[in-house]
Ligand binder design. Structure first.
Ligand code: SAM
Ligand code: SF4
Length: 373
């Protein structure tokens, strides 16, 4: 399968329908090198850990199970109707399971199920159970929680270990403006259900956008203290459908730290270097905060993540210009070994880092909802 690469920048919703010509996509020298290594020193690809050419071990997988969502958050989707991937373009649960099985054999330990909104795809609980049975050590989900209260018990029963819930305002009217929904009470009920379950302590994600919700930093911190949960502040990234992102709209982690620590002393919490968040607990009580400073303080040097999109593309960075079409291999009759070889070569070429802070940066054509955060 050497060189059978489908590599193309695909705008969302991306549908690749052309004939694949491998001569147009010759494997890079480093990819050939990786395959020679695998061949000489390992009996099979499954004994070779997933590592890129910068020596970063790849242990985390984000799996987007749909590009659909019941919200239209201003920093993610457009208010205008967008096209969706067709049912045939989406990976089936069996296809997801096969890919994750291959990836787990190659050293993936953490899997986060995401979307779009993962809870809108029928059968996601069974999928969680299948991932659990594959031996995934750390199994989590990111959700907007609209459907969580009624599904929480089933998700826990299926083996879900942790949950991240998006909540971008504690003010009902502002929440409705940001998400373009009336779902404030349902989301709060979802948070309550998760906090009352083994998923506790729940992580709450807020994307701060200057002039929209940056006035709520202290209120979010107070919320973490009162509810004894982990409040994570995410810097707005240029992955929104409306292309409204500018540097001025980013509220930095440093600003959030300064403002919260002026009210309540913070104590750093030890974390793995590959983790996205710098974590702090409150010196005088319950709750924790996490600062995800992807724009102002990129953590690419320790990145351990790859992403599988709902239409079966492997992405080695949120800001990748290229997708790698694993669905083409799955549906083309490739063996596990051939798919594993392909993944090894793709991962070897993982980008050194995103280029948001470099002159001439161009955002990827896929926006967040079509990638899976
Ligand atoms: N629908 C689910 C949710 O919102 O939790 C899961 C998918 S959503 C794409 C995953 C995460 O990406 C959420 O925490 C969301 O806030 C974040 N996100 C979306 N657009 C973003 C952007 N432009 N910059 C930073 N984070 C973003
Ligand atoms: Fe949907 Fe999540 Fe994007 Fe909001 S952030 S529009 S909930 S996918």
């Amino acid at each position: 399968m050497l060189g059978l690469r489908v590599r193309a920048e695909t705008p969302g919703p991306p549908v690749w329908k052309g004939e694949y010509d491998w001569r147009k996509f010759p494997p890079a020298y480093a990819q050939v090198q990786t395959r020679i290594w695998a061949f000489l020193f390992f009996e099979s690809w499954s004994e070779m850990p997933l590592t890129d050419k910068f020596g970063r071990a790849i242990t985390d997988l984000r799996v987007s199970v749909t590009d659909r969502c019941n919200f239209r958050c201003v920093y993610c989707r457009s208010a205008n109707p967008e096209n969706h991937m067709s049912a045939d373009d989406l990976l089936s649960w069996d296809e997801y399971e096969r890919l994750v099985r291959i990836l787990v054999a190659m050293g993936i330990r953490k899997v986060r199920v995401t979307g779009g909104e993962p809870l809108v795809r029928e059968g996601v609980e069974d999928f969680i159970a299948r991932l659990k049975a594959l031996g995934v050590q750390d199994l989590s989900m990111t959700t907007n929680a609209h459907l969580l209260a009624e599904r929480c018990d089933r998700l826990v029963g299926a083996g879900l270990g942790r949950i991240n819930i998006s909540l971008d305002s504690l003010d009902r009217a502002k929440f409705e403006r940001i998400t373009r929904t009336k779902s404030f009470d349902k989301v709060m009920a979802g948070i309550d259900a998760a906090q009352a379950s083994p998923l506790r302590p729940v992580k709450i994600n807020a994307v701060l956008v200057r002039g929209v919700n940056d006035d709520e930093v202290e209120a979010f911190a107070q919320f973490a203290r009162e509810r004894d949960l982990i409040m994570r502040f995410i810097e707005f990234m240029p992955l929104d459908a409306d292309r409204a992102w500018t540097r001025d709209t980013v509220v930095t982690g440093a600003e959030v730290h300064r403002r919260i620590s002026a009210m309540w002393p913070l104590v750093p919490v030890v974390h793995e270097r590959s983790e996205t968040a710098r974590k702090y607990r409150f010196a005088d009580g319950r709750g924790e905060i996490g600062l995800i400073s992807s724009v102002s303080q990129p953590f690419c040097g320790f990145c351990s993540r790859i992403r599988l999109t709902a239409d079966g593309k492997l992405r080695t960075c949120l800001f990748s210009k290229d997708d790698h079409d694993l669905k083409f291999l799955l549906r083309g009759g490739a063996t596990d070994r051939e798919i594993g070889d392909e993944i090894l070569a793709i991962v070897a070429e993982k980008e050194k880092g995103h280029r948001i802070n470099e002159p001439g940066f161009v955002p990827p054509s896929r926006t967040m909802v079509f990638i899976g955060g």
